[in-house]
Design a protein. Sequence first.
Length: 281
Amino acid sequence: MFQLRPTFLRLRPIQLTSFPTSSSPSALLLPRALRRSLQKPLRHLHQQRCYSLPTAKKPSRIEEELKRQARIASKNGSAHEFPERLIIYHAGTGRTTFLAMVKITTLFMGAFFCFVVAPGYIKAEKPVWETAGVALCGIIPILFVAFVTSPFVTHIHIHLPSYARASRAILERYIKTLPPTTQLTFTTMSFISKPRYSSLQAGDLAPAHRRFGLVNFVRDTTAENAKRSWYMFRAVGKFYVQDKGPVQKVRYEKKKDKVDAWIWDTIKEKVNSKAKNMTSQ
């Protein structure tokens, strides 16, 4: 038995244009299915030529930067570059830790002399002046350390309005024309090395030289103390802010931990110039 294999004509797309239409008698020479299979590549080629898609353009650097800022703003939940409470001064982690250890160590030593050694002297019926001397050995160091270290400022924060947090250029413009009602927060250490927060206005600060140089800024706390009850601690009115030291470069410094010390330098210059103008008048 002979096997019959179907043969198909191989025609070029140019030759397809010379085919007569289905209405002519010569078009009936080819089967309808064969004509449709030959006309499909030609239609696809014609559509691809007429409706070819344009190539995508590479985005510019400005568009990429805008997209990056939009992604950061969506992650942070706001369009502000700076936080509302910005740190402008830091005394240093080493100094703050050392001072806190001195306070706590002095407190334990005073408790040891007053509650362990002094009762032993009383029980042994030692002279009164010896017992009083032992008790003073525990009390005097505590009072001295509290007197010396109470004005020491560990951190200073500034509270920025919403419009000043949009960009660095707007922030610099705001700091140059800083209003005296700008809120500042000074952080000091209490008797037990606990942070104490003092909220004040930039116009309330005044330069001073007290306690043998241990106090270089003061403020009036009369109105604030009048609002406090008798059992509450008095408001802190004397501060010691260290002068600008050598700038230490940190290799892996996070943006949120960055200290904008130039803001405090500007505020300090404004406070000093205000005091000079008042003394000259």
